[in-house]
Design a protein around this ligand. Structure first.
Ligand code: SME
Length: 158
């Protein structure tokens, strides 16, 4: 396993994802502990993109519980359907929210967070959690993030 990332930032966002994804594959290959892999995926994404908050919430019963993440301390439990994370879980869909203040029921863990993207994480066709990425900038996420972050969460199921 490679323990150092090769981070290139003077390229397009798409190229940054294309450079990072094979490195994430290498990071998690050969390790079957899910928490270890989710922790390294969070760290790799934070190192590449310097987002305000990036991490996982994991399904435990009827709630999402805070999992491995990078960024400021966050809410620990989110009910199904609540906030962007709970809505993504309930709808089993990627949600791109350009302005969190315009999202009904958004859970403000940090007032600095202005936009976000949340993707469900599947394992054996079941949702085991969500990947949540928050930005301090409005409209920070788009279809490119949705496409490549989906590739990344799909690696967890592999
Ligand atoms: N923004 C999320 C809550 C989690 S934190 O932002 C880390 C939501 O509304 O689901």
């Amino acid at each position: 396993m490679a323990e150092d990332l090769h981070i290139i930032t003077d390229i397009s966002k798409e190229e940054q994802y294309r450079s990072l994804i094979p490195q994430i594959k290498a990071l998690i290959s050969g390790e079957d502990d899910q928490i270890a892999n989710l922790a390294n995926i969070s760290a790799a994404l934070k190192e590449q993109f310097k987002w305000f908050w990036v991490g996982f919430y994991l399904v435990k019963g009827d709630e999402l519980v805070l999992g491995p993440f990078q960024g400021p301390v966050a809410c620990t439990r989110i009910k199904k359907g609540k906030g962007v994370c709970g809505a993504s879980w309930e709808q089993a869909e990627t949600l791109v929210v350009p302005d969190v203040d315009a999202f009904p029921g958004h859970i403000a863990c940090a007032s600095a967070s202005r936009s976000e993207i949340v993707l469900p994480v599947f394992s054996n066709n079941e949702i085991i959690g969500v990947l949540d990425v928050d930005s301090e900038y409005l409209s920070h996420f788009d279809d490119i993030d949705a496409k490549y972050l989906k590739e990344i969460v799909n690696l967890i199921d592999a």
